[in-house]
Ligand binder design. Structure first.
Ligand SMILES: Nc1ncnc2c1ncn2[C@@H]1O[C@H](COP(=O)(O)OP(=O)(O)OP(=O)(O)O)[C@@H](O)[C@H]1O
Length: 937
């Protein structure tokens, strides 16, 4: 009768260790236990010492460069790695520096006697092997691959060395072979060199080449792209930015730990063995094409994780699993229960403790906030631009409150049930202990039972996706600051975040800095605000429809809500011509919204000049930052030379917003890049800040140089992981779900914050814009980038403009108004030539028809250029006569009369409190540099 054995795994799911098996248990022993061989203590001590040393060195090696010190203790192979390292150092000492002595000679004898000249390379190979073993011991398969590659390289190199070294025979003794390819070189090369020496060299050169491919994991077809990337790397470009030529994304080349190049579709490994369980979720597996791993391993990306703080405030007890289970039971029985999980996310009645900030740029409210519906007190500013002008900021009521945030819905309960089900089905000892609901996604927290591996849960990501019917599941392991796994799942009932709520939140009220904008809400429902001045420059990217423009709108509206025109000035570049038109005419603008990409490039150059001017001021007056300069100016502490007539005024912040960078990069890539780089490198201290938005975050738009200088990033949903890498240097944005769902990585933050962007409606924008325009009118600087007045090509001319211009030129230069001449010279038919002549008549170029005679030409050749310009529509627009009052005001305001737009704007309202503002040269003849000062009337 077969003997019954006790269960192998107890209910904890943990295999009992032999030592812990109760001696007196009911367990029958089928065989006599194998005698346990215990090493004697000196051996144990030596092993312990060796391992201790290994861990010490390994700990240091893992921290060098990309930190991999979170390697699990059971995965470490520090002992063998230390051995390799010591061998590398030892052999290098004897082989490279030719030390003498019996030991050195012995080592040299073994090494050179075996592989000859290849002994010189051996330390390098051992060193690489040691580093890999310290840092990535769990990558057994790729470590094996590298070892095999090096072995092939050694044999091939030794064989070639043998041939090149004069093919010494074994009879020449140790000295003979060790000065060529060693014994191995002799054995490998002899059979082939006996046939033909060149054939042998060719064969082993081929082997050497193949060995390099093996070591670098390069398939033959990827050789060109690898060489390309190597070239780029050597030329200083970031290979992470590129998609490789074979169309694969960068994950083909680098795993996320930066561990090593690795083919993505490694379905049938040439080398290596079947994976063990322990390796099931190793880094290598990310690239086996299985999406589940991609989800599961997002947790390895620090950038993807969202900083959180405990939801349970001090003093509030976390519910026990039993309580949670009871709650679920009650819920399943339809009984009203005090929801324990809900209690987790409730704020204690004692009020909110002060909120810690994640980094200086961003303040995240870590606790579920109250809906802030108390209006912000009206702030009236006495503008420095005009002593008697009072500028009132828009009323916070203009921005409507959003809906009350929900802390728990049926959808959340359904997901908790689904998650619990998955964990039970797969026998994972883990529990959903709570969740925090954000506007777009909810983060569910899972705590593991004792002895349960994190990988048991992360490996289930595909099943979780299936169970909750969502492809966009992100797993954070752990949730920073918590011993819990976070699973972010999109809400089926998502909520919109109103910009008004964000701007009324505590985080926004805490500061009255004019450059603070409402960003949105984080995953825990905390309001996120950011100071654009501290960014100091921001890249906003995402696929079409992901929410970029809405973000830019929220940003501009925030500025309009919080700042006066003498605090913040803006330059808006909108090549798409539709996104920013709503802000045309706001007094914060220093130039009309620029829609022409060429003009935009010029405007950027102007910004560079403005920056230089400000820098000159800073250095002349001995300040490091514009804020300090402004403070000193306000306090009257900046002293001008006695003969200077200049009136010092504080400089406003200058915010330059480019809504589609790609359009600019298409027309003048070099100029635009140069300006952006110069601005971004220096402008921070000058109070100039750049926001670059693009829906094409490819490397030709967001070049390496631009990226390196724009430290803050806002990534909306991107269409590919490559785009995500361009924006964030990390994957993650491709998993976002659009409509304002974003990863926000402000300067200095190591981890991106997942936020739902704030939303502002068109009518809210309209109200705010109307208010600010009613306070003050825009007067533009004429030297930024004056857009040519819109061409007024006559509808009559239609598509015939080019040919009409040619006809005009012909007729005026020849002073001969003949239709048949037009026919001949322009190769057009009679009807067309007749029509051209009629058009010329209607524009006063020729007189009326006189039968078969040529018409009179009424324009002299000297006026040709002006006539062509008028036909092209470049001339002054018809009926552009300026109202004399307006002209007087504009002249008074020092506005360039040749620039039509400010005049038009000034004309809007002359009789009430509205004031024209102007950047006017304060009269400092020496510097002429206070062009930024505002003057009001
Ligand atoms: N923060 C948000 N909250 C709610 N809905 C949003 C948000 N942002 C965007 N949306 C929704 O997504 C749509 C597209 O957004 P938006 O126009 O900002 O995208 P985009 O990235 O600028 O696209 P494009 O580049 O084509 O202009 C909006 O019309 C709106 O319905």
């Amino acid at each position: 009768m077969a003997t019954r054995t006790s269960p192998v795994r107890p209910s904890t799911g943990r295999a009992p260790s032999k030592a812990k098996t109760p001696a007196g248990g009911t367990r029958a022993r089928p065989q006599a236990p194998e005698p346990e061989i215990k090493p004697v203590w000196p051996v144990r001590a030596a092993v312990g010492l060796w391992q201790g040393l290994g861990h010490l060195v390994g700990g240091g090696v893992r921290r060098i460069g990309h930190d991999v010190s979170d390697l699990e203790p059971e995965s470490r192979r520090d002992g063998s790695a230390l051995l390799l390292l010591l061998l590398a150092v030892g052999i290098a000492t004897f082989e490279w520096w030719g030390l003498k002595g019996w030991f050195a000679d012995g080592v040299h004898g073994v090494v050179a006697g075996s592989i000859g000249w290849m002994g010189l390379l051996l330390p390098l190979m051992l060193f690489i092997g040691a580093i890999r073993q310290f840092r990535y011991p769990q990558n057994v398969r790729s470590n094996n691959r590298v070892a095999i590659g090096f072995t092939v390289m050694t044999v091939a190199g030794a064989a070639i060395a043998h041939i090149v070294g004069g093919q010494p025979s074994l009879a020449s003794g140790f000295d003979g072979v060790s000065q060529a390819g060693g014994t191995i070189g002799f054995l490998a090369a002899s059979p082939f060199s006996a046939l033909n020496v060149w054939l042998a060299v060719l064969i082993y050169a081929l082997f050497a080449f193949v060995s390099v491919l093996i070591v670098t994991a390069t398939p033959f077809r990827a050789i060109p792209s690898r060489l390309g990337q190597l070239y780029e790397h050597l030329m200083g470009q970031d290979p992470h930015e590129k998609t490789s030529d074979n169309g694969h994304d960068q994950s083909y080349l680098y795993d996320r730990d930066g561990a090593e190049p690795k083919p993505k579709r490694e379905k049938k490994p040439l080398f290596g063995r079947k994976k063990s369980d322990a390796e099931e979720t190793s880094v290598l597996d990310r690239f086996n094409g299985d999406e589940a791993f991609e989800h599961a391993l997002v947790d390895a990306d620090p950038v993807d994780t969202v900083p959180t703080t405990p939801l349970v405030p001090p003093g509030v007890r976390r519910p026990t699993k039993a309580e949670i289970a009871t709650e679920k039971l009650k819920a399943s029985q339809g009984l009203a229960a005090e929801p324990v999980t809900e209690a987790l996310s409730q704020v204690p009645s004692g009020g909110l403790p002060p909120v810690p900030t994640v980094n200086p740029t961003v303040a995240v409210n870590k606790l579920v906030p109250q809906v802030p519906n108390t209006p912000i007190p009206q702030r009236s500013e006495q503008l420095s631009l005009a002593g008697d002008v009072t500028y009132t900021l828009p009323d916070s009521e203009f921005l409507a409150p959003g809906t009350l945030p929900k802390e728990r819905t049926e959808a959340n309960d359904a997901v908790v049930a689904a998650l619990t089900n998955v964990l039970t089905q797969f026998g994972v000892d883990a529990q959903v202990t709570g969740f925090s609901r954000g506007p777009t996604v909810t983060r569910y927290e899972i705590e593991l039972g004792a002895g349960t591996k994190v990988e048991r849960v992360t490996a289930l990501s595909k099943n979780i996706s299936y169970a909750v019917a969502s492809a966009d599941v992100r797993i954070l392991s752990p949730i920073p600051g918590k011993s819990a796994i976070g699973i972010e799942i999109p809400n089926t009932d998502r909520e919109t975040v109103s910009l008004g709520d964000v701007l009324r939140s505590q985080n926004a009220r805490r500061t009255d800095h004019p450059m603070v904008m409402g960003v949105g809400k984080d995953v825990e429902g905390g309001f996120v605000v950011a100071n654009l001045a501290k960014m100091p420059h921001l890249l906003v990217a995402g696929a079409t429809g992901a929410g970029k423009s809405s973000f830019v709108n929220s940003m501009i509206t925030s500025i309009l809500m919080r700042s006066t025109p003498d605090e913040v000035r803006m330059v808006m570049v909108d090549p798409k011509r539709v996104e920013l038109t709503a802000y045309e005419g706001v007094p914060h603008l220093i130039t009309p919204i620029i829609t022409n990409p060429k003009k935009a490039a010029e405007a950027l150059q102007w910004v560079v000049r403005e920056m230089d001017t400000r820098y000159d001021d800073l250095s002349n007056f001995g300040f490091k930052h514009i804020d300090d300069f402004n403070k000193a100016v306000r306090a009257g502490k900046v002293k001008l030379p006695p003969d200077s007539k200049r009136i010092l005024k504080p400089y406003p912040y200058l915010l330059v917003i480019v809504d589609e960078l790609a359009d600019l990069m298409m027309v003048a890539p070099r100029d635009v890049e140069d300006s952006i780089v110069r601005i971004t490198q220096l402008a921070r201290a000058a109070g100039i800040h750049l926001v670059l938005a693009t829906q094409r975050p490819s490397v030709d738009v967001v070049t390496g140089l631009i990226k390196a200088n724009v430290p803050s990033r806002m990534a909306f949903a991107t269409s590919s992981v490559t785009d995500s890498r361009v924006v964030l240097d990390q994957p993650g944005a491709e998993k976002l779900i659009g409509q304002g769902d974003a990863l926000f990585l402000p300067m200095g933050a190591s981890k991106a914050i997942r936020v739902q962007g704030a939303w502002v409606t068109e009518s809210e924008i309209h109200q705010v814009v109307e208010h600010v325009k009613g306070q003050l009118q825009a007067v533009y600087r004429e030297d930024v980038a004056v857009e040519a007045p819109k061409k007024q090509i006559d509808e009559e001319i239609g598509d015939d403009l080019d040919v009409l211009l040619q006809a005009t030129e012909l007729v005026i230069t020849t002073q001969f108004g003949s239709t048949s001449m037009l026919q001949r010279k322009l190769r057009v038919g009679f009807a067309k030539a007749g029509r051209l002549m009629d058009l010329l008549e209607s524009r006063g170029v020729v007189g009326p028809s006189e039968g078969s005679k040529a018409r009179d030409v009424l324009v002299k050749p000297d006026d040709l250029a002006a006539t062509l310009a008028a036909i092209r529509g470049d001339g002054p627009p018809a009926g552009s006569a300026v109202d004399p009052t307006v002209a007087a005001l504009a002249a008074n305001a020092n506005v360039n009369q040749g620039f039509a737009e400010p005049v038009d704007l000034v004309a809007q309202d002359l009789d009430n409190r509205t004031q024209a503002i102007d950047y006017h040269d304060g009269g400092d003849d020496e510097s002429g540099e206070d062009a930024w000062q505002l003057t009001g009337r």
